[in-house]
Ligand binder design. Sequence first.
Ligand SMILES: [Zn+2]
Length: 285
Amino acid sequence: MTLRPRELSRSVASFPARTPTLPPATHTNSYALGARDVVLVEPATPYEDEQRAWLEWARALPSSGRVPKAIVVTHHHVDHVGGVDVLSRELGLPLWAHAETASRISAPVERMLAEGDVIDLAGPVPARWRVLHTPGHAPGHVCLLDEAGTLVVGDMVASVGTILIAPGDGDMKVYLEQLERLAALDARLALPAHGEPIDTPSLLFRRYVAHRLMREAKVLAAVAGHGVEGATDDQLLPEAYDDTPVTIWPIALLSLRAHLAKLEGEGRIRVDARSTERPRYIAGR
Ligand SMILES: [Zn+2]
């Protein structure tokens, strides 16, 4: 049983709730940011028992002098917004999110968060959280950075499980650019949606970038290995992911497609236009 809530500092508490997320992760962390005025990040859980526990937590915050002002959504994925209607309604709190997230969720968003916005939280320890728009995993993904170097990272990285970049919502090229940008911040502590807080997060951001580039090189080599004939994604999968368990291949296929889209966009591979069935990927222009 997960211990919750957890007081991480005088102005940050976390509350993990069970969600339908990607295994091996089982929970999504919510955070209460602020020593008096508080924003609650991630109305994540769709499960009634977990929603009850979450509401109990939120309703108990005033007993320690904290006043919830709004609920912030980092992005629209189902394991982050499963309680968005119920939890905001029960607490009577407005929702804040990026416009690209607002257009993808059912509940009305009162404040649109944009790059560079500042969330000012009054209190004995006043806090200013700067909004960073960090697309790549999801179009409307935002991170929050305070002046002490604490970075709420949503699903940009995780300390348990993997971050899936899937075609459609995801963009591998943009995701890697945003990870580089986060790494350059040299944040002190990252608070992920899944898993434990992360010390020296820049190391982890760079490790993520290196890992994706390693995978990209394998994808490119696999495509090149098929010469002028090229290969379909399901032919490339066992070659580019030969070091991963077969059980994750259905997820890996989505990731592979995101890599292929990036390589195609960069002109490093092309797609056979004559192919009538599955597209064939061919090395070179
Ligand atoms: Zn996500």
